[in-house]
Design a binder for this molecule. Structure first.
Ligand code: HEM
Length: 517
């Protein structure tokens, strides 16, 4: 009996040892062998790049000064006189581009990233419709994004795009004008009360105000009359988002999101709670026959595409989270940068205000046609998105060997079109490419940028942003109401420190001195 037990113990420990060896081998393959092989396939084609210094790095751990170096903008306390992008030339990406050419490779964790700045190749990549080219797979973000439109690929992505896209066409966005106006008025009123309390002029950190506005719009658009429940749900998604950025991306450690760490456990619990709450609202809606909103339409289309309840539930839950994450912070941070630039360039603030007042002819809130007539305002938004694009790179992964230009990109490589570098390239924009000059957009995007597809704050091609119509209307309406109600300048507290987190954000927020007009 004792001998049998010993034998069982020995067998168990050999199985454990073999299992452990298997794990070590697969880790070694993923972390060392595969990256080396991909790198050498690129190097053989003459593509060079910095040594793999970021191997096993964690993007969130690239410390703040490094993030600022990558962003390339002026560091804290050294704002250039007109608060433009003039420091970008010194950025790490620019440095690498000068050193290694328009196409170079670097390592981010165990991922080999091919950085592409050559216009024709950028175009080939961004407009490529092959399903073998898609979004990089960030398993770490699973609890946050699930398998929704932002991260999925292939036919499953195409199915989800078909479901969501019609809900964000311009005619649908036009129908959201009332709800967007309501949210903008709430924002303006909150500033009015702060200014009243402060006695005429208030020093306001505007970032969270912009977030409340865009969060409010998405809650109402998705959940219609249930928007207060939507707000509760989005509050939890935001907590999940914060938790994920605390965790960071553990590039290079396969399976790390499935380890029962404290953060992972918290994330799983929040993920379950969010899914439960969304499905509860969906069920209530079905029973109460509410007016159809975005979520309801997604549900109906998802049901037509797949009769299985579980699959339908997943599409609804994941896309609800995806739309929120795609549309909330991006719009808020763009509004924040626009206001910073208008505060720093008073002449443009005056020009936009004069236009808004002239177009609105005494009306306190503009309608859709009025927004379309606001050309100066549109130019300012375009220029702000050029200098401060919230998404600083457009990224793709190749799922089988593919050829772009004369480069063969091996399966598994990630490609980045570096939006910030393309948006400030003097060869594309002229010698004042680092300056805030909305006039360059006087004849539209095609007049400002040659070739126009290199202006890509919303991406280009088959995966172009689905929410750009909604975002532009939200931004125009909010900014029109702000400039017609208030005048503002930069507060002495403001520190110019753009930093790349998930998006390009002002590291210390934006502080404005705001006065009621
Ligand atoms: C100023 C605000 C916004 C900016 C700068 C922005 C930017 C972007 C960018 C750069 C992409 C990736 C494009 C690519 O990979 O080629 C994207 C995708 C996407 N955006 Fe936006 N976005 C904004 C607002 C919104 C809003 C308000 C919504 C929805 C309500 C939204 C929904 C989406 C969706 C669903 C995708 C994924 C499309 C796909 O993969 O097929 N975005 N956005």
């Amino acid at each position: 009996m004792v001998a049998e037990l010993e034998l069982i113990k020995m067998l168990a420990s050999s199985i454990a040892a073999v299992g452990l060896i298997g794990v070590v081998v697969s880790l070694y393959n993923a972390l060392v062998v595969k990256p080396r092989r991909l790198r050498s396939l690129l190097t053989k084609q003459g593509i060079r790049g910095p040594p793999s210094t970021l191997l096993l790095g964690n993007i969130m751990e690239i410390n703040k000064s490094q993030a600022r170096t990558i962003t390339g903008l002026a560091p804290a306390g050294e704002a250039p006189a007109n608060h433009n992008c003039s420091g970008v030339l010194n950025s790490l990406f620019e440095q690498w581009r000068r050193q290694y050419g328009d196409v170079y490779v670097f390592a981010l964790g165990n991922t080999q990233v091919l950085c592409v700045n050559q216009p024709e190749i950028v175009r080939e990549i961004t407009t490529c419709t092959s399903l073998d080219l898609g979004k990089p797979l960030f398993q770490d973000l699973d609890p946050l994004l699930g398998q929704g439109i932002l991260t999925s690929n292939g036919t499953f992505w195409a199915q989800q795009r078909k479901i969501l896209a019609p809900e964000l066409y311009m005619d649908k966005v036009k129908g959201m004008m009332n709800l967007i106006t309501e949210c903008a008025i709430i924002m303006v009123n909150s500033w009015n009360s702060i200014i009243e309390t402060e006695g005429g002029t208030a020093d306001i950190k505007i970032d969270n105000h912009m977030r409340s506005f865009s969060g409010d719009v998405i809650s109402r658009a998705c959940f219609g009359s249930n928007f207060s429940k939507g707000e509760e749900i989005f509050h939890k998604i935001r907590s999940l988002q914060k938790l994920m950025s605390k965790k960071g991306f553990s590039f290079g450690i396969p399976g790390s999101s499935y380890l029962p760490t404290k953060i992972n456990r918290e994330a799983w619990a929040l993920e379950k709670e969010v899914a439960y709450l969304i499905l509860k609202v969906v069920k209530e809606k079905q029973e109460a026959r509410y007016k159809k909103d975005l979520l309801q339409m997604v549900l109906e289309r998802a049901k037509n595409g797949d009769p299985h309840q579980e699959a339908t539930d997943r599409i609804v839950v994941d896309n609800c989270k995806n739309v929120y994450l795609a549309g909330y912070e991006t719009t808020a941070v763009t509004a924040t940068w626009c206001l910073m630039l208008l505060a720093a360039n008073q002449n443009w603030q005056d020009r936009v205000r004069a236009e808004v007042l002239q177009v609105c002819k005494g009306r306190s809130t503009p309608d859709y046609d009025m927004l379309n007539k606001m050309k100066q305002l549109t130019m300012v938004i375009h220029e702000s998105l050029r200098l401060y694009p919230p998404a600083t790179t457009i990224s793709r992964e190749v799922f089988k060997d593919m050829k772009f230009g004369d480069i063969t990109v091996p399966k598994g490589v990630t490609i980045w079109a570096t939006v910030m570098a393309l948006h400030t390239d003097p060869k594309i924009w002229g010698p004042d490419s680092y300056k805030f000059n909305p006039d360059r957009f006087a004849n539209g995007i095609a007049g400002a940028c040659k070739p126009p597809y290199l202006y890509m704050p919303f991406g280009v091609g088959p995966r172009v942003c689905l929410g750009q119509n909604l975002a532009m209307i939200e931004l125009k309406l909010l900014l029109a109401l702000i400039v017609s109600n208030f005048s503002f300048s930069l507060s002495p507290k403001y520190i110019h420190a753009p930093a790349i987190r998930l998006l390009l954000e002002p590291e210390h927020g934006v502080d404005l001195l705001v006065r009621k007009l």
